[in-house]
Design a binder for this molecule. Structure first.
Ligand SMILES: [Zn+2]
Length: 141
């Protein structure tokens, strides 16, 4: 599955990370799943082709592939990759302003697939909104 990162619009194509060369929104055809208009999300290129990430209003995503002369090659699948904030990358002072030490420890443990205390996670979850309001960082665990 090809993936595009939600905010940066970096395309992950065959294991390569491709920065968008354009974020222009153009109508690029019709959705093959629901026939709605298909719009470009971002344009990327590789040595031998243009790649256009595109989606319809119903959330169907495709990776349109063209050669360097813009001759259509094929459509591929595409999914939106949510960017996950890593707990260990958030400044400790920010975390401590909202969460207890035990909650921070268990948030990090949960994210890393380590054992954690469920109750601490529940308590932390109740504070996500406050954390986002204060620091503009959305935690999703
Ligand atoms: Zn569609």
């Amino acid at each position: 599955m090809n993936q595009i990162e939600e905010n940066s619009l970096v395309l992950i194509f065959k294991g390569q990370r491709l920065e968008p060369v354009s974020r222009e929104k153009n109508m690029v055809g019709f959705c093959s799943r629901c026939e709605a208009d298909l719009y470009s999300i971002a344009y990327h290129n590789t040595d031998d082709r243009w790649l256009v990430s595109a989606g319809c209003n119903n959330g169907h995503l495709f990776l349109l592939q063209y050669d360097r002369q813009w001759r259509w090659l094929q459509d591929g699948d595409l999914e939106m990759k949510k960017e996950v904030v890593r707990i260990c990358d958030i400044a400790r002072e920010k975390l401590e302003a909202v969460f207890t030490a035990a909650e921070i420890r268990d948030l990090a443990a949960c994210q890393e697939g380590q054992p954690y205390t469920r109750q601490n996670l529940y308590r932390a979850r109740a504070k996500y909104e406050k954390f986002e309001r204060l620091f503009g960082i959305k935690i999703d665990l």
